[in-house]
Each structure stands twice: as structure tokens, then as C-alpha cells.
Ligand binder design. Structure first.
Ligand code: ADE
Ligand code: ZN
Length: 345
């Protein structure tokens, strides 16, 4: 079968990833290898049995498995290997800049010191700059099912490592844990001079997106697909050019939408939202970044202009210096123009 012309363009474009949980890149093969290395017993006979369990009914059913899987991560080398494996895949996908989340409380809560997880991830990101040509940002994300006090204590432990942290996020079980629960924590994060983001409007209502904007003063919304239910919110997000880091395959796997063909990605673009495409937890959701773009192209019949818009939005939304951003955007334009010339001939 010949390659769809827009798919060829997707493969050629430089890309960003702005919504990626490093713990969500733990492939079953690596999970088993680390379990063996660390003497951890897994409740699955093999990789196939584990993969067969990746049949989620909602966000919580995924999170239960995801937190259990993270238990194989014990040493700094484990976190390095996990992160490096992702970065090699990212390079193969044409990602030139990635902004990744890590959840320190997932690890400190089971006795793994903060600097073990942070140190391994940070070292791999630093090596990727020189060895793979990938730039990155690291976002410390707080678990919203835990208390604000737990988040504040985690922030204290992180303070000596602040030079290696680029921003703060909020993730985990959304329903029943509104952004308003974390106002003091995020005020403290902002006082450190770093940008904040939050998962909002994935399963939770548009009111949570308003709260993330107004109470936590985030600069980006992670997911945010349910914003479409509130026209006033759409207007606010569009006018302020607040980026939304949308994760289409994740939304289907977690039953936010029954199938990809029903995903509102195009409506988001048409409403003037600064939507970007990302992979969230690719080891669990069946595809890394490029696969998300290719699957959306096929299911939604995205045009080349729509694909280029999504990719451009990624660079616009990224925490990159203006000169680097402009350089990548110029590359996108040039590759798009070359592709147009080729597909016209
Ligand atoms: N943690 C990892 N993936 C997540 C998601 N999609 N939503 C909330 N928390 C998460
Ligand atoms: Zn996420």
C-alpha cells in the first residue's frame, strides 16, 4: 500500500511533544526487564498477559495499573534507562523538542528518594541534548488525589534541585480533585518564577479549566477537550492563546470518546484554539507522537494544512527561546512548501 501523501508530510516535519508522562513510556518489555533486575514479582505471566490488561474503562482504571507498573522503577539507572528509551523513540518520530512530566510522589510514596528519580531522568535529558539533538524541559507534576500538604512537602524536597526543573504540573484522578484544592501550592510554585500547567477538562468539567486558569494561573491546559462544552471558555482560551495539549489516542483508550473518528480535534482548531497533539502515556495507549498524528490524519481525514497547523501550534506553545522557535517554524514552512511542490508535480 502506498503512503498517503499527508502521512509522508507528517513523517518529514520536525515535531514537539508537550504532554508526556515519563512513567507512561514504560513498555511491557522494559517493565519485565526491570522487575527481573530488581527482584520484583509482577502479577502477569508475560508481556502478552500484561498488554492484555491494558483495556481501560476510564482514567482511574488506567491509573491503578500505571502506578502499580511504576513499582519496578527503583534505581537511578532504571529512571535513566526509561527516559533514554523514550528519547530514542522520540528521535525516530522526528521530535526535536520534548517537555516531559515526572510524578515524584509516585516514587517517594514507596520509599524511592526524590533525587533517584529526578537524577536519572535529568541525566538522560541532558545527554539527549548532545547525543540525539533533542532539547527538553522537565515538569514536576503533583498528584491531585493526594493532599495539598503532600504537594507542599514534595516541593520542599525538590527545592535543592530547582535548577533542573522547568515548570510544575497537576495530574492523576481528576474528578473530585478540582484545581481549587491546590491554590496555595501553585501560588508557591509561581513565586519560584517557574511556569505552571494543569491537567483539566479531560474527564472533569469545564469549571475545572476555569479554575486552572483563574486560581492556579496556568500557562497551558493539559487535555482541555471538555472546554468545548462552554462557549465562554472557548472564547477565553482562544483570545488568550492558551495552548491545549491534546492527546487523541489517550482520549479513546480512556473512553473520553468512543472512537477516534469522534474526536473533536478539528473542531478545536476551527474554534481558534491553540491545540497541539501529544501522546500522554504512549506505552499504555498504543502509540507515540507520530502514531497519534497518523491515526488522526486517517480517522479525521486531516488535511496537510491542518497537520501543519497542529505542528506549528506545538512550537508556538513550547517553552523555547524565541529565536529557536522561529528557526523551527521556518523549517516547518520550508518542508511544507517542498512537500507541496512535490505533491503538485
Ligand atoms: N497521569 C498519567 N496520565 C494521566 C492522564 N491522562 N490524566 C491524568 N493523570 C495522568
Ligand atoms: Zn497526561
Amino acid at each position: 500500500m502506498s503512503l498517503h501523501p499527508v502521512d509522508a508530510l507528517i513523517r518529514r516535519l520536525p515535531k514537539t511533544e508537550l504532554h508526556l508522562h515519563i512513567e507512561g513510556t514504560l513498555e511491557p518489555e522494559l517493565m519485565f526487564a526491570l522487575a527481573k533486575r530488581n527482584g520484583v514479582a509482577l502479577p502477569y505471566a508475560d508481556v502478552d498477559a500484561l498488554r492484555a490488561a491494558y483495556d481501560f474503562s476510564d482514567l482511574q482504571s488506567f491509573l491503578d495499573l500505571y502506578y502499580a507498573g511504576a513499582d519496578v522503577l527503583r534505581t537511578r539507572q532504571d529512571f535513566y534507562d526509561l527516559t533514554w528509551a523514550y528519547l530514542e523513540r522520540a528521535q525516530a518520530d522526528g521530535i526535536v523538542h520534548t517537555e516531559i512530566f515526572f510524578d515524584p510522589q509516585t516514587h517517594t510514596g514507596r520509599g524511592i528518594p526524590f533525587d533517584v528519580a529526578f537524577g536519572g531522568i535529568r541525566q538522560a535529558l541532558d545527554d539527549a541534548r548532545s547525543r540525539l539533538g533533542i532539547s527538553s524541559r522537565l515538569i514536576l507534576s503533583f498528584l491531585r488525589h493526594l493532599s495539598e500538604e503532600d504537594g507542599l512537602a514534595t516541593l520542599e524536597v525538590a527545592l535543592p534541585h530547582l535548577a533542573g526543573i522547568d515548570g510544575f504540573g497537576l495530574d492523576s484522578s481528576e474528578r473530585g480533585h478540582p484545581p481549587s484544592k491546590f491554590q496555595r501550592l501553585f501560588a508557591r510554585c509561581r513565586s519560584l518564577g517557574l511556569p505552571c500547567v494543569a491537567h483539566a477538562g479531560e474527564e472533569g468539567p469545564p469549571a475545572y479549566v476555569w479554575e486552572a486558569l483563574d486560581l492556579l494561573q496556568v500557562v497551558r491546559i493539559d487535555h482541555g477537550v471538555r472546554s468545548l462544552e462552554d462557549l465562554g471558555l472557548v472564547q477565553r482560551l482562544a483570545e488568550a492563546r492558551v495552548p491545549l495539549t491534546v492527546c487523541p489516542l489517550s482520549n479513546v483508550r480512556l473512553k473520553v470518546y468512543p472512537q477516534l473518528a469522534m474526536h473533536p480535534l478539528r473542531q478545536m482548531l476551527q474554534a481558534g484554539l491553540l491545540a497541539t497533539v501529544n501522546s500522554d502515556d504512549p506505552a499504555y495507549f498504543g502509540g507515540y507522537l507520530q502514531e497519534n498524528l497518523l491515526a488522526c490524519r486517517a480517522a479525521l481525514d486531516l488535511s496537510a494544512d491542518e497537520v501543519v497547523r497542529l505542528v506549528r501550534n506545538g512550537f508556538e506553545a513550547a517553552w523555547l527561546p524565541a529565536a529557536e522557535q522561529a528557526r523551527w517554524l521556518a523549517d516547518v514552512e520550508r518542508i511544507h512548501a517542498d512537500w507541496q511542490a512535490g505533491s503538485a508535480g
